[in-house]
Design a protein around this ligand. Structure first.
Ligand SMILES: Nc1ncnc2c1ncn2[C@@H]1O[C@H](COP(=O)(O)OP(=O)(O)OP(=O)(O)O)[C@@H](O)[C@H]1O
Length: 338
């Protein structure tokens, strides 16, 4: 649905110094009908990427293909038409205070010149779709933060786009409202088959709703893939961010074991892992651990203190090669300072 090919954006230096390379040769393909997360620290290039996707920013070089059209090559009416395929949801919905929820949703349809009867039919549909029935005649001041974001989402969907770009959609919301909005986004993807791109700095959002995740660093892709694969990859930078390990007691030598139990017939739980370590001649103590269900698979990181019969520590390498012998493909041990 979305293909970025060598996408590069260089801004001239603000004070005549070196130019700023905001995006540096991004190649990325995002499949239709899925929820894609784009993460990265401040300054990584996320906003520039989203602005290139909406045609607000022209790339210095490269292609930005959305539903078969190179957005970067379009101007004027052709660009405006292509942008109708892309709905936007922002951190703050910035509703018009003088308009009811329904009339805020209708606003983009009015601007697009959609006839009144058609507009009303569509708004009624959208109100129902985002779970705002009964609230459609309220003004923004009479709506909660979550309801305001539902209006923002309905407005983003008004023109029946194929892609919904969400820029930090839950950053201004509390935990339980965040979960409701993420459930709504997930549900919309199911019901409408829409492709969703979420820009976020919240790993909880990625864990909860994304099918794939891409980490940007200094304008480049540092890691990208299916969420469950990225979470279970002990060598990638995202694993420890997606599955954070609670602090272990100090003074204990422990090895970190990344587990993806879903791929393993032998390992279903951390108990199986401890039994394997014991079969390897180790006395194993579970020091800390986090197991998450991601994409229906149990993935996680557990920290084990491993000692042999004479009390000497057993290394991660030694456990890893034993696990490899057992063909525990989804379980990887590595040394890591906690
Ligand atoms: N119009 C501009 N002119 C000059 N430099 C810019 C411009 N827009 C962005 N940049 C620079 O490009 C780099 C990427 O910025 P961008 O806003 O895309 O990052 P971001 O990941 O969205 O950060 P944040 O999470 O803080 O919004 C930064 O170094 C930024 O200073």
């Amino acid at each position: 649905m979305i293909t970025l090919d060598g996408l590069t954006k260089v801004f001239p230096a603000p004070g005549g110094g070196d130019p700023v390379v905001a995006l540096d040769g991004i190649d990325l393909h995002l499949e239709p009908g899925r929820v894609h997360g784009i993460v990265g620290r401040s300054g990584a290039g996320k906003s520039t990427l989203i602005r290139c996707l909406t045609g607000l920013e022209k790339p210095t070089s490269g292609r930005v293909e959305v539903d078969g059209t190179d957005i970067a090559a379009l101007e004027g009416d052709a660009l405006r038409a292509a942008r109708r395929n892309i709905g936007m949801v922002f951190q703050h919905a910035n509703l018009l205070d003088s308009r009811t929820a329904a009339r805020n949703i209708a606003h983009p349809l009015e601007i697009a010149g959609v006839p009144r009867a058609e507009r009303e039919r569509r708004v009624a549909e959208l109100v129902e779709l985002v779970g705002l029935s009964g609230r459609e005649h309220n003004h923004p001041a009479q709506l909660s933060g979550g309801q305001i974001q539902r209006v923002g989402i309905a407005r983003g969907l008004a023109a029946e786009p194929k892609v919904l770009l969400c820029d930090e959609p839950t950053s201004a919301l509390d935990g339980s409202t965040t979960r409701q909005i993420l459930r709504l986004i997930s549900d919309l993807r199911e019901r409408l088959g829409i492709t969703v791109v979420i820009i976020t700095h919240e790993m909880a959002v990625v864990r909860e709703v994304c099918d794939t995740v891409t980490l940007l660093k200094d304008g480049k892709i540092a890691q990208t893939g299916e969420l469950v694969d990225v979470a279970a990859d002990p060598h990638g930078p995202l694993s420890s961010e997606l599955i954070s390990l609670p602090p272990a007691p100090t003074g204990i030598d422990a090895v970190i074991v990344n587990c993806d139990y879903g791929d393993s017939t032998r390992f279903r739980t951390s108990e199986d892992l401890i039994r394997a370590a014991e079969a390897h001649g180790a006395e194993a103590t579970l020091v800390a651990g986090t197991i998450e269900t991601i994409g229906g698979r149990q993935v996680g990181r557990v920290q084990l203190a491993l000692r042999n019969a004479s009390g000497a520590a057993i290394s991660a390498e030694s456990l890893a090669s034993y696990l490899a012998e057992l063909d525990a493909a989804g379980v990887v041990a590595k040394e890591e300072t906690a």
